[in-house]
Ligand binder design. Structure first.
Ligand code: C2E
Ligand code: MG
Ligand code: MG
Length: 707
């Protein structure tokens, strides 16, 4: 301001005084001044409205106003222009009073010098500017507080009152009567479960143990709703470090908490069924393990469930229906359980159950059995009644288990067994199963070289007419004669072969071997010329683009008539394939190759698939043939199937006939062809040859079957 000009309004009714002051101003060093003079208060107010002034020099005794009142009128006309009071010595008290009303300074007229006046003006202007900027920043602060999402609180610990900002009350939806500046307004609304936590955090900070207070808790708002808040605060301490005040903010974090909770739920639950997922299940398993460790009398069991043929259901009815089944499945399991037990969906069609406090293995398996029954009842999915069973593996807790994952793994292994055993609904885990998995990889490696080492052998099981027990053909069944492990069945190594990619070479070898063998037998006697050979075809083999062409090549090479080659396909195998596959099969059918629908009745919604492809023969699965508690039901099904096959012009072969009684029942039902241990087990080629050549292909009516 040194070189700036300053605009001064001098309000003074005494002309002499005014002249003296003007004279002093004109002597200012380093300040140019531009002075307007008003001799009345009214004129001064007018002037202030006309143009901006940097300062007003105001005489306190004017004809039209005096004292504090004239100051107020000047300030009302120009609130931000500093005012310096001019007074007489006698009026000093009155001048002092104006300072508290906003005057910047006062000068005794008699003592005024140019230097004093200049300093006073400079000081007044500078101070006015500082105050203005302070006011602006205060306003900004007030605006910030008012506009912020946060409520502000300021707790005077000595006096015990808390100042809350309007936003604070607004956050908690508190109206007048409730909006009291007391600690209880806040603390009284904290959720009772969170109160101790908050008090701990608060006291820890007040004692100086934490650098600041930061705590999340729930509060009840004025409408009785619960919200989550984040409270931050810092204490102001005296010289001795005692907290005198604590102030801070309160933020509504309900949305974030809700999202967090949802996230935690999502992370721990399966979205489709709403059941706990693998992570949460393992968590609970871990808890159960720890409990059992403390109290060895407490045993628990893990059940691992896998829906049978779920893929088939999914493929045939669609994913929406598959999902629906999973949800229903989960519901049924949940309803069955006692409080304390848990059920989880581990993924896909796998579920797990934790049974707490079981008395032992017997109880666990009894539960498994009951669950199996419960699940075997029909489900209503996509407005269709469907039957879905589950394979269950059971593992019982014990001191050998340290990790929850181990229990689950063993239950899984046992389930795998239950699935492949075909008959079993559930299987209890035994340690040998673990070893079997360890050997699986080894086995796969060995299987790759089995073909080259001639370890694969084809066995032949006779298919006989039920009236005369005449062999009308054979089913080729593969065996792996392992150098150290002995004979390994196709139920074990066919899935392995499918897994490790050798199913192709292995299948083609068997097809060739069986056709060659059959051609040889057909040649031995004229009446054997029509003997058929049934070869099982893995669904993976259809995927080969040249399936029909390669089969024809085998026929040509071995000289076998196409009519005597019967290919066995399981009903599920066709479901997964496209029309191109059907075209391949039809091409073979056109040259005379026959097709058997294998294991009929074990797949899903079998009947509806009969018209997808024209099979020549249905093989009724042995589960229908075998005597069971539901014997009348099976019998009726077999009866219906035989009639149906007749209507559709298909033949029927009954599989797995083990007793004379079963054979007789089948005869009664008009079933003419069968296969089973009653007549002969799968035979090595030489034994099958002997049956043909020495017994003319008629099963000897001996008490013990051929083996
Ligand atoms: P499948 O085609 O249903 O063959 C019948 C199975 O039932 C054979 O088991 C046979 O030994 C068994 N069986 C026959 N009569 C009776 C009986 O009276 N009682 C009982 N309990 N079982 C009987 P195997 O040989 O273990 O074959 C199992 C499955 O492996 C076969 O079921 C077939 O689907 C598959 N398979 C066998 N050989 C091959 C092959 O070369 N290629 C392919 N892809 N699959 C094969
Ligand atoms: Mg078969
Ligand atoms: Mg079968």
């Amino acid at each position: 301001m040194e070189q700036d000009s300053v605009a001064i309004l001098l309000v003074e009714d005494d002309r002499t005084e005014a002249g003296l002051i003007r004279a002093e101003i004109s002597r200012f060093a380093r300040m140019r001044a531009d002075v307007d003079h008003a001799s009345r208060l009214a004129a001064a107010v007018d002037r202030l409205a006309e143009r901006p002034y940097d300062i007003v020099l105001l005489d306190l005794n004017l004809p039209d106003g005096g004292g504090v009142e004239s100051l107020q009128r000047v300030r009302a006309a120009a609130p931000n222009v500093p005012v310096v009071i001019l007074t007489n010595l006698e009026d000093e008290e009155a001048a002092i009073a104006t300072l508290s009303q906003g005057a910047q300074d006062y000068l005794i007229k008699r003592h005024i010098t140019a230097e004093l006046l200049r300093r006073s003006i400079r000081y007044a202007v500078a101070r006015q500017e500082a105050e203005a900027s302070l006011r602006a920043s205060e306003e900004r602060y007030a605006l910030a507080v008012a506009g912020a999402r946060d409520g502000i609180w300021d707790w005077d610990l000595a006096r015990g009152d808390v100042h809350y900002s309007p936003r604070w009350f607004e956050l908690l939806q508190l109206r007048d009567a409730e909006a009291v500046a007391a600690p209880a307004t806040w603390l009284g609304r904290v959720h009772e479960d969170d109160r101790t936590g908050l008090e701990h955090a608060l006291h820890a900070h007040l004692r100086g143990e934490t650098p600041y207070l930061e705590h999340e808790f729930r509060m009840r708002n004025g409408c009785g709703q619960t919200l989550w808040v984040l409270c931050r605060g810092v204490a102001v301490r005296d010289a001795a470090g005692r907290a005198m005040r604590i102030a801070g903010s309160l933020t509504d974090i309900s949305d974030r908490k809700l999202a967090e909770e949802r996230l935690v739920h999502e992370v721990m639950h399966d979205t489709l069924t709403g059941l706990p997922n693998r992570a949460l299940f393992l968590d609970r398993l871990d808890l159960a393990l720890k409990q059992a460790r403390r109290d060895s009398k407490r045993q628990f069991a893990v059940l691992f469930l896998d829906i049978d043929r779920f893929k088939t259901i999914n493929d045939s009815l669609g994913h929406a229906a598959g999902d629906e089944l999973l949800v229903e499945f989960g519901k049924r399991l949940t309803m069955f359980l006692r409080p304390g037990d848990s059920v989880a969906r581990l993924g896909g069609d796998e579920f797990a159950i934790l049974l707490m406090d079981v008395a032992g293995l017997t109880e666990a398996t009894r539960v498994a059995e009951r669950i199996h029954d419960l699940l075997s009842r029909k489900f209503l999915v996509a407005n269709k009644e469907i039957y879905a069973t589950a394979s269950i593996g059971v593992a019982l807790s014990g001191p050998k288990y340290e990790q929850p994952g181990d229990l689950l793994r063993d239950a899984d292994l046992a389930m795998y067994r239950a699935k492949s055993s075909r008959t079993g609904a559930y299987t209890v885990f035994h340690s040998f199963m673990y070893e079997s998995v360890l050997h699986r990889l080894e086995l796969e490696t060995e299987l790759r070289s089995a073909l080259g080492r001639n370890e694969l052998v084809t066995y032949y099981q006779p298919i006989v007419s039920l009236d005369r027990l005449q062999v009308i053909g054979f089913e080729a069944l593969s065996r792996w004669v392992h150098p150290t492990r002995g004979m390994i069945g196709p139920d074990v190594f066919i899935p392995l072969a499918e897994n490790c990619g050798v199913i192709g070479p292995l299948s083609w070898w068997t097809m060739h071997d069986a056709c060659r063998q059959m051609r040889e037998w057909q040649r031995t006697r004229p009446e054997f010329a029509n003997l058929s050979i049934s070869v099982n075809i893995s669904s993976r083999l259809f995927a080969e683009p040249e399936f029909a062409a390669r089969t024809k090549a085998v026929l040509e090479k071995t000289g076998l008539r196409p009519e005597t080659l019967h290919l066995e396909i399981t009903e599920n195998a066709l479901l997964q394939h496209e029309s191109t596959t059907i075209a391949e099969l039809t091409a073979l059918q056109n040259i005379g190759v026959k097709f058997h629908l294998d294991d009929f009745g074990t797949g899903y919604s079998s009947l509806s698939y009969l018209n997808r492809f024209r099979y020549d023969t249905i093989k009724i699965d042995r589960s229908f043939v075998a005597a069971s508690p539901h014997v009348t039901r099976s019998r009726r099904i077999v009866d219906a199937l035989i009639s149906l096959a007749a209507v559709l012009g298909m033949d029927v072969i009954a599989e797995g006939v083990e007793t004379e009684e079963q054979a007789q029942k089948l005869r009664d039902l008009n079933c003419r062809v069968a296969q089973g241990f009653l007549f002969a087990k799968p035979l090595p080629p030489e034994a099958a040859g002997t049956l043909l050549l020495q017994h003319r292909g008629v099963i000897p009516r001996a008490t013990s079957p051929l083996s």
